[in-house]
Ligand binder design. Structure first.
Ligand code: 5AD
Ligand code: SF4
Length: 447
């Protein structure tokens, strides 16, 4: 056996966008670890910089190009010192814009789409040899998961776990069906194996990920998968995101009432409250059918926290349409939400629709919607004061002697508690609530 130890190489990964990208970044680190790459937390001095990008709105895409400009200067500084830096662009901008990225920023060495991360070692080697062939952005999700290492080193007691990728819904504003391809589900056995591996390493909560996670088409559907994973010893909490109202079936709703491990929190984007706009968005639901769905979910699990996504200023949105969105929000009562101004994405049907809304109008609508959503979030948080909730402690707080955990409803909870409770689920009496977190004191310790 050769004794020449591989010199340690430094890898910096910056992740933009959704939780799927966070998961993918971890997996990229896993593929690169055997090649001697260890993580570093700054691009300066890194041998390999990966930007794992998001294409969902224009702002996200533009951030990538401005970051690349800065990294290029770091690369030049390193080259002046006789060292090198490989710059890779991964994620959805890579998928959508491909070689154009290298035209706009020639310092980029390789571009790799979300389904080709298992090819990273080979692509990097190729980029080193000849900085010419730099593209791998095709769709073959099954190959990706087969080829990625099966062992993961989780950092902490919570982990993401991808169970489904892609989207066939083609909402008219959205790039995901183009950047992530068709809906594809991993087999339940491999998901279970990954979850068991995580639980054996101390993970107590998994969040099942998919662009359309509740369309999961493996054995038993998402409800079956949740029930299967709930049996894994040590895995006490299960969450899933992001769901489409259309795929919220009876079995999944029933699971919310019956499976203790399934946390009472559901991210169920509605996007808008006007049926005219929902139709133009190709959402395949109405405001009314969404409200009835929420009713059925609440009948199964009355305390469930509902979260959502909203877009204001979709083409053709008039004042009355926007008012319908506010009305729907009032009827649902959200625990948390994300809201965005419509962003015109090249190649999507909505980008060519008439009636594009002026920026000032979007700004004004967004401000009004966010004021209402924030008010609801505060009210939801405030409604927890006085309650005793099980909190999973995930990390140390900023102050000594403080731990931060999550309530079943995904709220951050700050508590004075000894470090030995990290990774434990502990009952906490909630004493105070703010917009983004709760504060409480230890009630009863549980195992
Ligand atoms: N403009 C604004 N928001 C968008 N989203 C997706 N595409 C766009 C777009 N073109 C939002 C949707 C989606 C969330 C992830 O991002 O609300 O649910
Ligand atoms: Fe985009 Fe609609 Fe698919 Fe969600 S369901 S990823 S918004 S196309």
């Amino acid at each position: 056996m050769s004794e020449t130890a591989q010199p340690a190489k430094r890898l910096f990964i910056k992740t933009y966008g959704c939780q799927m990208n966070v998961y993918d970044s971890e997996r990229m680190a896993d593929v690169l670890a055997p090649l001697g790459y260890g993580m570093t937390d700054s691009p300066e001095g890194a041998d390999l910089v990966v930007l794992n990008t998001c294409h969902i709105r224009e702002k996200a895409t533009e951030k990538v190009y401005s970051e690349l400009g800065q990294i290029k200067r770091m690369k030049q500084a390193r080259e002046a010192d006789g060292a090198g830096m490989t710059i890779a662009v991964a994620g959805c901008v890579a998928q959508a814009e491909g070689e154009e990225i290298m035209r706009r920023q020639p310092a980029v060495d390789l571009v790799v789409g979300p389904q080709a991360y298992h090819q990273l070692p080979e692509l990097i080697a190729r980029a080193h040899r000849a900085r010419g062939e730099r593209l791998a952005a095709d769709f073959a999700a099954d190959e990706k998961f087969d080829a990625l290492p099966t062992t993961r080193r989780p950092d902490g007691v919570t982990a993401f776990l991808t169970v489904q990728e892609g989207c066939d819904k083609f909402c008219t504003f959205c790039v995901v069906p183009y950047t992530r391809g068709a809906e594809w589900s991993r087999p339940a056995e491999t998901i279970e194996a990954e979850a068991r591996g995580l639980a054996e390493q101390g993970v107590r909560e998994v969040t099942l990920l998919g662009q359309n996670v509740n369309s999961y088409a493996g054995e038993g559907g998402l409800a079956g998968l949740v029930r299967r994973l709930a049996k894994i010893p040590g895995l006490d909490r299960i969450r899933y995101t992001t769901s489409h109202p259309r795929d919220m079936d009876d079995a999944l709703i029933a699971a919310h009432g019956e499976v203790d491990e399934l946390m009472p929190y559901l991210h169920l984007p509605v996007q808008a409250g006007s049926d005219k706009i929902l139709k133009a968005m190709n959402r395949a639901h109405t405001a009314e059918s969404y409200l009835r769905l929420i009713e059925r979910i609440r009948a199964a699990r009355p305390d469930i926290a509902i979260s959502g996504d909203f877009i204001v200023g979709f083409p053709g949105e008039r004042d009355a349409d926007f008012e319908a969105t506010l009305q729907l929000v009032r009827e649902v009562g959200y625990a948390s939400a994300f809201s965005f101004k419509y962003s015109r994405r090249p190649g999507t049907p909505a980008s060519a629709m008439p009636g594009q809304v002026a920026e000032e109008v979007k700004d004004e609508r967004l401000a009004r919607l966010q004021a209402l959503l924030i008010e609801q979030q505060r009210a939801f948080n405030a409604s927890q004061t006085g309650k005793v909730l099980p909190v999973l402690f995930e990390k140390k707080g900023r102050h000594t002697g403080q731990l931060i955990g999550r309530s079943p409803y995904l709220q951050s909870v700050h508590v004075s508690a000894p470090d030995r409770l990290l990774g434990q689920i502990v009952t906490v009496k909630i004493e105070d609530a703010a917009q983004n977190s709760l504060a409480g004191v230890l009630a009863l310790e549980t195992a």
